[in-house]
Design a protein around this ligand. Structure first.
Ligand code: PMV
Length: 302
């Protein structure tokens, strides 16, 4: 007997970094998934088949915490498959969530979404040492969520039909390094950085309202302002900025980097007619287009 569970990747829409300091963020699940198949092992040891994943730390930590929590010792066979690539789409949180969910099904342990969040977030923190948990929540709940640090509040929003173009900068972001660089800035200039976070939080509230009202023009404007604050934090890069400017010049309603910064992806909000122009402009600026849509699906047993 085996259980297969899939969890979606994510994109941070608004609230990057500020969410680590107690402010809210908006995050969207995407229609690219990581799948975990879990079964009982015939032998004495666990068996892992993870062709797309060189780093098994999150998987191992998820299994360890599951065993400790549910007092289960049986060896397991875990196979993972991923469509998320190495673009910063949240493969660590997706593998953690999908593994714990698959094991809870395999061993018939009832787990609520909240318990799944708590255990998965604990696993991610044990590996990474820091983070808000926004990516874990996105993998569990799917769709667009308004999230407050550590899962204090998770609210599903409408708007999955929002039109985004995603460009990868070609540089893998180091989330831990970027979060630490902001921590350093916070130590040196606390009042300036707190002010930036307050401004970002204000934009997140406005963005939430715009999404609820499907007011994409306003949302685009907020994404542009948001990018300015992320630049002030020192986490943007010339390459990301070139792609963002190119997208705006080609008619995007707004554009910003997404996530930790220092690399990974930028997002551009567009109206459907501008899709080709914006994609071409981002490519011309050296970006790689990642074809994906926002997905309403969260973690699920297949
Ligand atoms: O690197 P990403 O895409 O996982 O984004 C990190 C987002 C931060 O706000 C910088 C960190 C966090 O855990 O919220």
């Amino acid at each position: 007997m085996s259980i297969t569970v899939s969890a979606p990747g994510k994109l941070m829409l608004m609230g990057d970094h500020a969410v680590v300091y107690g402010r809210p963020c908006l995050v969207a699940a995407v229609d690219k998934y990581l799948t975990v198949k879990a079964g009982l092992s015939d032998g004495q040891n666990d068996v892992f088949v993870t062709p797309k994943e060189s780093n098994q730390t999150f998987l191992l930590q998820a299994i360890k915490l599951f065993r400790e929590h549910y007092l289960i010792k049986e060896p397991v066979v875990i196979e993972t498959e991923s469509e998320l690539g190495n673009y910063g789409l949240g493969s660590s949180s997706a593998v953690t969530v999908a593994t714990i969910k698959a094991l809870s099904e395999l061993f018939k342990q009832k787990i609520t979404d909240r318990e799944l969040f708590d255990l998965s977030f604990k696993a991610v923190l044990a590996v990474q040492g820091l983070g808000s948990g926004f990516d874990v929540a996105s993998a569990i709940y799917g769709g667009i969520i308004y999230f407050v640090s550590k899962g204090e509040m998770v609210e599903r929003l409408p708007g999955v039909e929002m039109n985004l173009v995603i460009g990868y900068s070609g540089i893998k972001a180091d989330t831990v390094k970027m979060v630490k660089s902001v921590e350093e800035k916070m130590k040196q200039y606390p009042s300036a950085v707190e002010k930036i976070f307050d401004n970002i939080a204000d934009l997140v509230e406005k963005g939430k309202k715009a999404i609820n009202e499907k007011d994409w023009f306003s949302l685009g404007k907020y994404l542009n302002y948001h990018q300015d604050y992320l630049e002030d934090l020192g986490i943007s890069t010339p390459k990301l900025e070139a792609m963002i400017t190119a997208a705006r010049d080609a008619g995007a309603l707004g554009a910003k980097l997404s996530g930790a910064g220092g690399g990974d992806c930028m997002i551009a909000l567009i109206c459907a007619e501008k899709k080709v122009e914006v994609k071409n402009a981002i490519e011309k600026a050296g970006g790689e287009i990642i074809d994906l849509k926002i997905s309403s699906e969260g973690v699920k047993v297949l």
